[in-house]
Design a protein around this ligand. Structure first.
Ligand code: NAD
Length: 522
């Protein structure tokens, strides 16, 4: 890849003061809200395909708001989507890569052009605040652009190899596998869907895409944008539904590869059961229990801001959310005081409102997860901070939960180990950096991690010892969150990912390709 590029755009940290973006978003919220409630089909081979039954996609801010009604697809639908994608593969894969790049770049431009509308939709459909929602849309566009650059910079992944005999000419060529299943999570409903699909498509594969059942309308917008940009019928099939039956249909259909982002439970199940006939690429990106360490050499204000932001941004529903903080005992009380002060200022409420930092969590199930964690923390530890629920009656039915900081939980407690995916932060005291790193590593996950220390030797030692794929030092804007395409590659170690290569990073597109060496004797 060529060197880093920078520019001014709405990322996850830079909305403040952008009046134009805020005004456009406000207009878009009204327009998108007025357009919700339709019944939508699957899209297979460029044609609408309705199912016998549907499910309701409801807004987490107000579950009486119907975002849309979508097909509850079964195995037959997956089979016909797969068959069509297989038929479309020869033509799509045979195109010069520059043609696929041109189409996906066009799609990226369309996403950027429609950023306000897409962000407004994500706020209404999954409860992201405006900054997070705009960041998601812009990240989706940048992921497509970055993966296009990747294949261009690599010259289409074709290069000469050595020869042993005169007249022998050998080249290594990376070639697409065939049809990929793309299964996306609710929490970055545009960015991760576009990123996974973009990697597969630019490499020349065709795709059967299943959005999260909590975010199918955002997924449908991606389908429409790719189609408008010139992705031909059959190359990107759109299928909705939920549950184990549909999951099993994806396993039964003999896809050539699968790319999934979601929970460890589902990802590991796919990883174990996907390859039936022979080994196949199973790219699963999963959860995290991401730690931040604060040493006695830390700037405590920076640490408090970075940790609160990472723990409570989008209600703790980022795979990169900070859910554990390990604090040097010398600075423990001073740090907690600052953390509580920062957390108390975060506004919980309607995600479309300008002042809101956290909206609702995604579902009643997530709300119950939060309630159980809070009760356990009260029983087995101490609640250091509990935020205030919004008192607006219009939000009474929403899945709102307060941000919580708990300490005094015994080492090894469930709340130290399990990914909860709600705004809940466990905090504990450590005697040394060594102990902090050992406790941080005592996790089945290894996604992101952060340290706050003004001592370079401590930071180096943390980077060398921590078992995580995305590590940060002294990040006020997010102790463990906020990766960006081409800036931080996003590789899950251990139970957080299967391939040792990250989305957003320079080795992503290769994962959708297999090598062929071609020798000609002249
Ligand atoms: P999830 O595992 O519940 O669902 C993910 C997708 O899988 C959805 O489309 C869902 O409908 C589908 N699915 C559910 N059961 C299935 C089955 N049995 N077979 C096949 N597909 C099935 O995850 P989620 O709640 O949507 O997303 C949150 C999770 O995603 C968290 O664990 C988070 O850490 C993780 N995540 C990881 C990354 C990363 O890059 N590592 C990024 C974002 C989210």
């Amino acid at each position: 890849m060529k060197g880093p590029r920078t520019g001014s755009k709405v990322t996850y940290v830079t909305l403040a003061g952008n009046e134009e973006a805020n005004a456009a978003y406000d207009v878009a919220v009204a327009a998108v809200r007025a357009s919700l409630g339709g019944t939508h089909p699957n899209w297979i081979d460029g044609r609408a395909s309705h199912a016998a039954t549907t499910f309701d996609d409801l807004s987490p801010t107000d579950p009486s708001l119907l975002v849309g009604r979508f097909p509850r697809s079964g195995p037959d639908t997956v089979a016909s989507a797969m068959a069509g994608a297989r038929r479309a593969f020869p033509e799509w894969s045979a195109r010069p890569y520059a043609e696929r790049v041109a189409i996906l770049r066009d799609a990226a431009g369309r996403i950027s052009d429609r950023m306000s509308e897409l962000a407004a939709l994500m706020s209404l459909e999954v409860g992201k605040n405006r900054l997070e929602a705009m960041g998601d849309a812009e990240e989706a566009a940048d992921l497509l652009r970055y993966y296009c650059r990747q294949i261009e910079d690599a010259g289409g992944f074709e290069q000469p190899l050595d020869s042993l005999l005169p007249g022998e000419d050998t080249r290594s060529v990376l070639r697409p596998y065939g049809v990929f299943a793309v299964v996306a999570p609710f929490n970055f409903p545009l960015a991760l869907a576009a990123g996974m699909a973009g990697g597969a498509l630019v490499a020349g594969n065709t795709v059967v895409f299943k959005p999260s059942s909590d975010a199918p309308l955002t997924g449908l917008r991606l389908y429409e944008i790719l189609t408008a940009a010139g992705v031909p019928p059959g190359v990107f099939q759109f299928v909705t539904g939920s549950g184990r039956d549909l999951g099993d249909a994806f396993l039964d259909e003999r896809f050539d590869g699968i790319v999934f982002t979601g929970s460890k439970e589902v990802g590991m199940d796919l990883h174990r059961r996907f390859a039936k006939d022979w080994p196949k690429p199973v790219i699963v990106e999963m959860g995290g229990k991401n730690p931040a360490i604060v040493t006695r050499h830390a700037d405590l204000q920076k640490a408090a801001e970075g940790i609160a932001r990472s723990a409570f941004g989008f209600g703790g529903q980022k795979c990169s959310a900070c859910s554990r903080a390990l604090i040097a005992r010398e600075v423990y009380d001073a740090f907690l005081e600052r953390l509580v002060a920062v957390s108390s200022k975060l506004v919980l409420g309607d995600p479309t409102a300008r002042a809101t930092y956290l909206g609702p969590v995604i579902s009643a199930k997530a709300k119950a997860t939060h309630a159980a964690a809070l009760a356990e923390a009260r029983r087995d530890g101490r609640i250091v901070f509990e935020g205030t629920l919004p008192d607006d009656p219009a939000l009474a039915r929403g899945h709102f939960v307060p941000p919580v900081v708990a300490d005094d939980l015994p080492d090894g407690h469930r709340l130290w180990r399990e990914e909860l995916f709600v705004p809940f932060l466990a905090v504990g005291k450590v005697a040394s950096l060594g102990e902090a790193v050992a406790r941080a590593n005592a996790s089945e996950y290894g996604l992101t991690a952060g340290i706050f220390s003004e001592d370079d030797a401590e930071v180096r030692s943390f980077f060398d010892g921590i078992e995580a794929g995305v590590v940060y030092a002294n990040r006020r804007t997010g102790a463990t969150t906020g990766a960006w395409p081409g800036v931080q590659s996003f590789c899950g170690w251990k139970g957080s990912g299967s391939t040792g290569k990250g989305g957003c990073g320079p080795w992503y597109v290769q994962q959708f390709l297999r090598e062929q060496s071609r020798t000609i004797v002249r």
